[in-house]
Design a protein around this ligand. Structure first.
Ligand SMILES: Nc1ncnc2c1ncn2[C@@H]1O[C@H](COP(=O)(O)OP(=O)(O)OP(=O)(O)O)[C@@H](O)[C@H]1O
Ligand SMILES: [Mg+2]
Length: 491
């Protein structure tokens, strides 16, 4: 990438309709959060849930922000702190409006081929897989973490260097009609729906209503663009209808279905890798995946469909997938060493603490079951509440008992009032301990671990199941985790 500034003073004023006041500094990035702001970042003082970004303008400029984007009516307050871009008073949040306009300008000026990823689960994993694969083939710009909403998408656009060759955008939603304005802004060349599952179901009447909301992503496709959909999903037809109704020039399907364009003929799941024997648009491709789990293999088919749609190098992409590592909190493995009696032996921790919903817990239980345990080792699941399920919550927790049994999980620890319903539905022999918070069961989990065990920790992010992961690592991890420091940054 060149050393050219991300935005020149002129381009900033032109794109946002704002006016720069003060001595300009070089703008090399964009930020909405002073905690992660880097010198040179354009600081957007958008309104948050609790605080107004304008409260943080002096701190941002102190940290070396390239300029602070503020509402025109507030500009005078900050002029002595450093350069400000005073933007017109428009809409509910003028600064957010300005960020959107800058995002649109970023989209308009780039020649990059753009992929947008949505879906009930697997957006970040798929986005990171695309980033990983495409980075080996050209300058790739991608969303950070799960920056997939009304501010995450325009921020990611505003950060995109003009000379990017590829752009990968995560687009999410909690309600219908949220994806429409985001995909219109991103104008993807290729749009992918990973899968449709009961996630955020409290805001929807039915699964097909969720499929309709995901299907919105195709409305933003550039004319002649490519819609990529999951052939195996029960809502396939529904997604297909949205693709047909869009300006897509082509539809590519992926899955195990015999008619899928990108098809898995065989998936071999191993404890730490998978091997996928696939057919991509009629061409046989066998590849290794560096992140285990059947669900990751399914997502990888969508990745290869996008690679094909982008006209990127499929063979190189397939080779790159061997080096794919799980994003933080989504399946990372840590080797543990547990002393017992005279000796000590290995055990395994799987950190799935980033989030949880019925689909991803089932996937994680299946992945856990696929790990070979030691002679006396057990498969142990430590599960926290799944949030945002509304009235269906209790039943959806209880129903996990089938997946626990089907996967032969030996022991379950439950955290939270909802997961208590699963706990009560389990046979006595499978019940570890239950509590309302992660802290309530941490000691019991630590005490139960023995050589040969495989333990998986998962729950909605707000359940803070990561505390249990941290406690297990602190007590038993073989090597200190170098990524620990970055753990909280991306949650
Ligand atoms: N195809 C899939 N089927 C079931 N579970 C999946 C699938 N893909 C990913 N998962 C699991 O879902 C969880 C969330 O994954 P990821 O963070 O990639 O999803 P996301 O859609 O970005 O979520 P968010 O809405 O929080 O941004 C992880 O536990 C992951 O292992
Ligand atoms: Mg995400």
């Amino acid at each position: 990438m060149s050393d050219a500034p991300l935005w020149t003073p002129d381009s900033l004023e032109e794109a946002t309709g704002g006016r720069l006041i003060g001595a300009p500094r070089a703008v090399t990035g964009a930020s909405i959060d002073t905690r992660s702001l880097e010198p040179g970042d354009l600081f957007f003082a958008i309104r948050g849930e609790a605080r107004d970004g304008h409260d943080f303008v002096p701190a941002a400029l102190e940290k070396g922000a390239g300029a602070a984007v503020v509402a025109a009516s507030r500009a005078a307050e900050f002029e002595r702190n450093g350069p400000v871009l005073a933007v017109p008073e428009e809409g509910e949040d003028p600064v957010l409006e300005a960020m959107r306009r800058l995002g649109l300008a970023a989209r308009a000026r780039t020649g990059a081929a753009i992929v947008a990823v949505t879906g009930s689960v697997g957006k970040t994993g798929t986005k990171e897989a695309l980033r990983h694969v495409l980075s080996a083939q050209g300058a790739t710009h991608a969303s950070v973490a799960s920056y997939n909403n009304h501010w995450g998408v325009p921020l990611t656009l505003a950060r995109m260097p003009a000379e990017s060759r590829f752009g990968v955008f995560e687009i999410g939603m909690n309600h219908g009609a949220e994806i429409l304005p985001l995909t219109a802004m991103v104008r993807p060349d290729v749009a992918l729906i990973t899968t449709v599952e009961p996630v955020h179901i409290e805001h929807f009447r039915s699964l097909s209503a969720i499929a309709d909301a995901k299907g919105e992503i195709f409305s933003g496709l550039k004319p002649g663009g490519v819609a990529v959909i999951n052939r195996d999903n029960p809502n396939y037809e529904r997604m297909l209808a949205h693709a047909h109704a869009s300006r897509a020039g082509r539809i590519i399907t992926f899955g195990e279905h015999a008619a899928a364009d990108v098809r898995a003929n065989r998936i071999l799941t191993r404890p730490d890798v998978s091997v996928v024997d696939a057919t991509v648009m009629g061409v046989p491709v066998t590849y290794q995946l560096g992140t285990p789990g059947r669900h990751v293999a399914m997502n990888s088919l969508g990745v290869l469909a996008c690679i094909h749609a982008l006209g990127a190098d499929l063979a190189r992409a397939a080779l790159s997938l061997a080096g794919l590592k799980p994003p933080v909190g989504r399946g990372e493995r840590t080797a543990l060493r547990i002393e017992q009696g005279a000796g000590e032996a290995e055990a395994f921790l799987i950190d799935e603490s980033y989030n949880a919903n019925p689909a991803s817990i089932r996937a994680a239980l299946a992945t856990l079951a696929g790990i070979e345990t030691g002679a006396k080792g057990r498969h142990i699941a430590v599960l926290g509440d799944m949030k945002e399920l509304g009235a269906a919550g209790e039943a959806l927790h209880r129903e996990l008992a089938e997946a626990v049994a089907a996967n032969g999980i030996d022991l379950v620890f439950a955290v939270g009032p909802l997961m208590a319903h699963l706990f009560e539905a389990l046979p006595m022999a499978v019940r570890g301990a239950a509590g309302l918070t992660a802290a309530d069961v941490t000691d019991a989990v630590l005490a139960t671990l023995r050589p040969g065990d495989a333990v998986m920790v998962k729950g909605s992010n707000s359940m803070r199941m990561v505390r249990i992961v941290e406690a297990v690592k602190a007590r038993y991890a073989v090597a200190p985790d170098p990524r620990e420091a970055s753990l909280n940054a991306v949650r």
